[in-house]
Design a protein around this ligand. Structure first.
Ligand code: FE2
Length: 220
């Protein structure tokens, strides 16, 4: 469970992690020379076209990771998708945040049982009573989260992205047009994946989230 004692800022617990990067770009890791794409986030249009498209506004309105962290409490880490084990970064994040459960999920028409049904559930606006933590190892997709004025922000995730959605945040997930993602799911204790569809405003997790948002998410 997230408390005010925890760090809400995606890089501050680990000063050795990559520095704050506000704009979409790629970089080469000096150790591996691997091209790693940094996360992109933007405000969405309200078109009813295919959910797997980008849905950028015209003109596009991007959201920096700092804005995302301050306004929504979403935390983001960048890891090397191939060398995270030897780098020890994932282990450090797990230890720091108390994540002791981990499994792997693959989402695609071929690899997921009841794909059509499951993808509809993922894209229904919902919240959880605990954090939703995903570390992307292959493929890509979009997490959509509501900002403090109830507008949708779309967050693109690609290999190496570890994203933490706080308990109580309204959100949804979709694949992009490549139709494939593989991710680790992390959790503290026995996992609870239950989505609570909006409206869930009377739930304790939602009230706590709104309270935290009104105070401002902690940035150390
Ligand atoms: Fe969720």
């Amino acid at each position: 469970m997230v408390t005010r004692d925890h760090c809400y800022y995606y890089h501050c617990c680990y000063p050795h992690l990559p520095p704050l990067i506000h704009s979409p770009r790629t970089f080469s890791s000096s150790s591996s020379r691997t091209r790693i794409r940094m996360v992109r986030a933007w405000y969405m249009d309200d078109s009813s076209d295919d959910q797997r498209l980008e849905h950028q506004l015209t003109p596009p309105k991007s959201v920096s990771l700092e804005e995302l962290a301050k306004n929504t409490g979403v935390i983001y880490y960048k890891l090397d998708p191939k060398k995270y084990d030897e780098e020890g970064k994932l282990s450090r994040i797990k230890e720091e945040r108390g994540y002791n459960y981990m499994d792997v999920i693959q989402v695609s028409p071929e690899k997921m049982h009841n794909y059509e049904e499951r993808i509809k559930v993922f894209f229904e606006e919902h919240l959880h009573t605990d954090e939703e933590i995903r570390f992307i190892t292959e493929g890509s997709g979009y997490f959509d989260v509501r900002d403090q004025e109830d507008h949708w922000i779309r967050i693109e995730v690609t290999p190496g992205d570890l994203i933490i959605l706080p308990a109580g945040i309204y959100h949804r997930f979709t694949l992009d047009t490549k139709n494939y993602i593989k991710a680790m799911r992390l959790f503290t204790g026995e996992p609870v994946w239950t989505p609570h569809n909006r409206p869930a405003d009377n739930m304790e997790a939602r009230k706590n989230y709104i309270l935290q948002q009104s105070k401002g998410f902690l940035v150390k």
